[in-house]
Design a protein around this ligand. Structure first.
Ligand code: GUN
Ligand code: ZN
Length: 448
């Protein structure tokens, strides 16, 4: 069967999505209609749709496939994909020095970046991700190539050139000009790409983390993001040695969060990755400034960084979504991130003293889709399968996650929570069969 490449179209499938107003929509036999502009203009039961079929397009019947909102990955590193899965158990600083900085250094060759970016987008789309917030290397030309590739591929992408003026991996860049150059190049990329294709592409000003940035770079980059209305992203509180280095480098700051606070970097357009070891003061400050956090549990266990006290953060009202953090996270799939995250939270309950209940499968779905969209301030447009939103959708084959492949799997008869539970805990690398952004099909998933 052929999946539609362009809008308008209608799909008949099981529909499962969080709802902006709370709860979920679960249609065992549903129809989603996508208009010519790539917007969802109707979601409901197939019986209702078919009773009024005369005036409407024939839906493409993809049952027993399940339609979900496309996943939102709030944190990944595009140039790192080639080293995914390497360096398990190393601490962050050793891993960066051994596996990451030499890899990113190669991206001064724009051709390498031009080759890798389309493959990276195909990999993310094949994993079910339709919105990606990612870091590039420090080179402007490679970032330009990454944006061009995203424009072409169709994925929704917010990207930023990594900024590093304190430690960096390219000693040929003149240290006396590095700050001004990095700011200038970031602004040129904003001019070229922020808001492109009616907001499908966006820019995030990206100081890498406090260890690699001077106070001036942090301050100037935050001012640039505020002036141009872009996102601002960096890492915070990931690893104990990193936290100790930040304390040495910024002796007048109260703690790690305060470093970014003093730079003017906190606020609703800021996405901080990791935030594992926050004090009560830091947590309160992030909540008070409405700063958003990318939770990256697979990365956090891969590098033995720690386990985020997620229940405590959610109770405090912190805005949290999920990130693969490829390549510290070994897999671009947000479903696999949910799996590791769920196990990690269970571990906190058994040995970490956590007494609050763990999240269920449908709550993990919400974190990986609508909450991620909300963290980006894009929840009016994406994150759930609801009329009026852009058709950023995926179809998954639940049969690949069944406990026994030789038994018939009628997705229409299984509880929503059970469908999602298997998509998380029996996630299959080929289960995502199609992905669309604004109704335009993305290259990556194999089709049905
Ligand atoms: N902190 C600074 N850079 C990085 C990076 O590339 N990956 C991770 N996981 N943490 C970082
Ligand atoms: Zn990262």
């Amino acid at each position: 069967m052929h999946l539609p490449d362009r809008p308008p179209f209608a799909l008949r499938a099981r529909v499962l999505s969080p709802l902006a107003a709370g709860g979920i929509v679960d249609l065992p036999d549903g129809v989603i209609a996508v208009d010519a502009n790539g917007r969802i203009d109707w979601v409901g039961s197939a019986a209702v749709w078919l009773s009024r079929a005369g005036e409407r397009v024939e839906p493409i019947d993809v049952r027993p496939m399940v339609v979900l909102p496309g996943m939102v990955d709030l944190h990944a590193h595009l140039p790192q994909l080639p080293n995914a899965g390497l360096g398990f158990g190393l601490d962050l600083m050793t891993w960066l020095g051994r596996y990451i900085f030499p890899l990113e250094r190669r991206f001064d060759r724009a051709e390498d970046a031009a080759q890798l970016a389309p493959a990276a987008y195909r990999a993310f789309a094949a994993a079910g991700t339709t919105t990606l917030l990612a870091y590039g290397a420090v080179y402007k030309a490679s970032m330009d190539g990454a944006f061009r590739a995203a424009e072409e591929h169709g994925i929704r992408a917010i990207l930023g050139k990594a900024m590093m003026d304190r430690i960096t991996y390219d000693e040929t860049i003149d240290p006396s000009t590095i700050l001004d150059r990095s700011l200038l190049e970031s602004e040129e990329l904003i001019d070229a790409w922020h808001g492109a294709d009616h907001g499908r592409l966006g820019y995030a000003v990206t100081p890498r983390f406090a260890v690699s940035c001077s106070a001036e770079l942090l301050r100037e980059s935050a001012a640039l993001a505020a002036r141009r209305g872009t996102w601002w992203q960096t890492h915070v509180s990931e690893d104990h040695e990193e936290i100790a280095q930040v304390a040495r480098l910024f002796p007048t700051s109260t703690d790690y969060v305060d470093v970014y606070d003093q730079a003017g970097g906190l606020g609703p357009r800021t996405i901080l990755a990791h935030a594992i070891h926050l004090s009560d003061r830091e947590l309160a400050r992030l909540v008070g400034t409405d700063t958003r956090v990318a939770h990256c549990p697979s990365s956090n266990l891969f590098l033995a960084s720690g386990i985020m006290p997620l229940a405590r953060y959610l109770e405090a009202g912190l805005g949290v979504g999920l990130g693969s953090d490829v390549a510290a996270g070994p897999d671009p799939s947000i479903f696999s991130v949910m799996q590791v995250g769920a196990y990690a939270q269970a571990a906190l309950r058994t040995v970490g003293g956590e007494t609050r209940p763990v999240l269920g499968p449908l709550e993990w779905l919400r974190l990986g889709s609508l909450d991620g969209a909300r963290a980006l301030g894009l929840d009016d447009r994406i994150g759930s399968v609801e009329a009026g939103k852009d058709a950023d959708l995926i179809v998954v084959d639940p049969r690949l996650t069944a406990s026994r492949r030789d038994l018939p799997y009628d997705a229409g008869r299984v509880e929503a929570e059970e469908v999602m539970s298997r998509l998380i805990f029996r996630a299959h690398p080929d289960m995502v069969r199609g992905a669309w952004v604004r109704g335009r099909r993305l290259e990556g998933p194999p089709g049905i």
